[in-house]
Design a protein around this ligand. Structure first.
Ligand SMILES: C[S@@+](CC[C@H](N)C(=O)[O-])C[C@H]1O[C@@H](n2cnc3c(N)ncnc32)[C@H](O)[C@@H]1O
Length: 327
């Protein structure tokens, strides 16, 4: 495999070492790749764009993509039904002490309000997309195929590329330039996954650290928000199987609490694309299931701190003292 700093998602041990190694390479903990980008060796952007295009073309003709499309159609048509039925905002979704517009603008979804017209799968809704942790696609073939699949998904779901925000703290400045040239919106702030959504949003975060999923759930911890979220990422079921219940509850309480309310469908397993898409599922949260739980579950909840977590698999935002107000 081309030089991937990350090999598999399942090997827990060594993840921290790899993060530290990469941090050292890019200039120390908390230093982001765009700061250190000027030290990067120049890469041939044209060649990398071509490789992304080739990966896209290869995927398009694969049976893997054929089954992926069927899966996406199935999950998204149910999801779209749900958001069609549901007014975007309802009184019972306000949690105690929360005003509908109480979140400061800078903390809200900045991609914003869907334009009118037909959107994904014939719905009048249009999606936003947030992609975390795709990795260093200029040198890593796994990351490149994940990026290629993201581009295919955006096309399939008719999500304009500029409505897809992309962030990985390890991107080099060349990778940022390529993503921008592809029309995607590169984000320069490490939100640690704490992205507050306002409109239906697809989170594409393959092989990311568990804390990223947990943070994203925390930030959108209400019936209204979660019913508009789709997560394409590490199987929640597998996370539950692999971790001791006590640890899951202690470190990743939002994943733990939402398991029963999650509709999860695994990606097709194809030996050719195993390294790229192993352990990946589409997750969404049927509104009926979200409403089944006692309302106390939706009370304002504590921001995850990971104080006892032995191996936090994500790179934290050092500048903000890790604090983002919300959810
Ligand atoms: C295990 S690697 C997976 C990389 C790639 N998706 C793959 O499967 O090879 C986890 C990725 O998450 C990224 N990451 C770590 N902290 C992050 C954060 N706070 N926000 C977004 N991405 C993050 C890492 O830089 C890395 O690229």
């Amino acid at each position: 495999m081309e030089g991937c700093p990350w090999q598999t998602v399942s090997s827990k041990k060594g993840t921290k070492k790899r993060i530290n190694k990469i941090r050292t390479e890019i200039g120390g903990e908390g230093t982001t790749s765009w700061e250190s980008g000027c030290q990067d060796n120049e890469v041939d952007c044209g060649k990398i764009k071509l490789k992304i295009q080739q990966a896209k073309e290869e995927l398009t003709t694969s049976t893997f993509w054929y089954f992926c499309q069927r899966l996406i159609e199935d999950c998204f048509s149910k999801f779209v039904e749900q958001i069609k039925e549901k007014p975007s905002f309802r009184v019972e979704d306000i949690r105690p002490g929360e005003e509908p517009s109480s979140t400061p603008l800078h903390q809200q979804d900045t991609q914003l309000v869907p334009e009118p017209g037909e959107g994904a799968l014939g719905s009048r809704h249009e999606f936003n997309c947030v992609c975390y942790g795709v990795g260093r696609f200029s040198s890593c073939i796994t990351s490149r195929y994940q990026l290629a699949l993201l581009l295919l998904l955006l096309e399939k779901l008719q999500v304009p590329k500029h409505r897809c925000r992309v962030f990985d703290p390890l991107f080099s400045r060349w990778e940022i330039a390529i993503l921008q040239a592809l029309g995607l919106t590169v984000v320069f702030e490490n939100e640690e996954g704490k992205h507050k959504i306002l409109t239906p949003t697809i989170f594409y975060m393959i092989h990311c650290g568990k804390a990223l999923y947990n943070n994203l759930l925390w930030r959108n911890w209400s019936v209204d928000s979660l019913s508009k979220v789709i997560i394409i990422g590490n199987s929640f079921k597998r996370i539950e199987e692999r971790l001791l219940a006590r640890i899951l509850m202690r470190d990743y309480v939002y994943i733990s609490k939402i398991l029963k309310q999650t509709e999860e469908t695994a990606f097709p397993e194809d030996p050719q694309y195993l390294a790229m898409f192993s352990d990946t599922s589409v997750h969404w949260f049927p509104v009926q299931k979200l409403k089944e739980v006692p309302s106390e579950m939706w009370l304002p909840a504590e921001e995850p701190a990971y104080l006892e977590c032995e191996e936090l698999e994500i790179i934290r935002n050092q500048r903000q003292g890790n604090k983002i107000v919300g959810p």
